[in-house]
Design a protein around this ligand. Structure first.
Ligand SMILES: Nc1ncnc2c1ncn2[C@@H]1O[C@H](COP(=O)(O)OP(=O)(O)OP(=O)(O)O)[C@@H](O)[C@H]1O
Ligand SMILES: [Mg+2]
Length: 211
């Protein structure tokens, strides 16, 4: 079976792409062979995997030179899941290729209407991609939701007007996500503190990723 490609994408910096990519990949690794491709010149997911003394659960690689969707599928055909950690830009060849290559685009957004509207250009890019990648699925993933609070009314209203559906599963602001990055592990490898975070990532996998 061809690998299932998951692009974690948003041109807005700091929305949680790398955090979602690394933890999602760790969860998928428990199910099937998975790899993270670091498409960001900042190299954040490669750096994450190199942090600390524990090995990260999932291989992380960069692609060099010019690449395309076809080449990616061929090169990584032994994997069932390929998670693309995209750069915070839509102007690069990289983001366009990632949208062309992927089966699903997950778009982490911070829980404020301003951040959501900053991603409007991305929803236009996804619409354009549908000419060449008609089966693409795309979902917003709310990240850094305040602990113990619901989405604001303003955010709920803004989401209704946005073309891309939002996953019911959301990610709250938790120290575990930051600690995992510092230790070079995923929330799955953390002791008790990671439990709630693991439940969130599992809910995202169960809702969005075909197994
Ligand atoms: N749910 C969360 N709870 C707490 N901290 C978080 C959460 N999600 C992300 N962070 C922190 O927010 C910062 C930005 O997250 P991250 O690096 O994943 O975003 P990004 O979209 O990949 O950024 P860039 O656009 O620079 O690639 C990091 O310090 C990360 O640890
Ligand atoms: Mg990043």
């Amino acid at each position: 079976m061809a690998p299932y490609i998951i692009a974690i994408i948003n041109q807005k910096g700091g929305a949680g792409k790398t955090t979602l990519a690394m933890n999602l990949a760790a969860g998928l690794t428990l199910r099937a062979k998975t790899i993270v491709i670091d498409l960001d010149p900042q190299g954040s997911s490669l750096q994450w995997a190199a942090m600390g003394t524990n090995a990260f659960s999932t291989p992380v690689e960069a692609v060099s030179g010019d690449w395309n969707a076809y080449g990616l599928r061929l090169k990584y055909k032994i994997y069932q899941y390929i998670v693309l950690d995209c750069p915070p830009s839509l102007d690069s060849h990289t983001s366009a290729q990632a949208l062309l290559a992927c089966d699903i685009a997950l778009i982490p957004v911070l829980p404020s209407p301003i951040d959501l509207w900053a991603s409007i250009k991305l929803s236009q890019e996804i619409e354009k991609t549908k000419k060449d990648n008609p089966d693409i699925h795309s979902y917003l993933v709310i990240n850094q939701l305040e602990p113990n609070s619901a989405l604001s009314n303003a955010m709920n209203e803004a989401l209704k007007e946005f073309d891309i559906p939002v996953l019911q599963a959301m990610i709250r602001r938790r120290a575990a996500y930051r600690s995992a990055a510092l230790e070079g592990i995923s929330v799955y490898q953390m002791k008790g503190n990671g439990k709630r975070a693991v439940e969130e990532i599992e809910a995202i996998i169960n809702e969005a990723i075909p197994l």
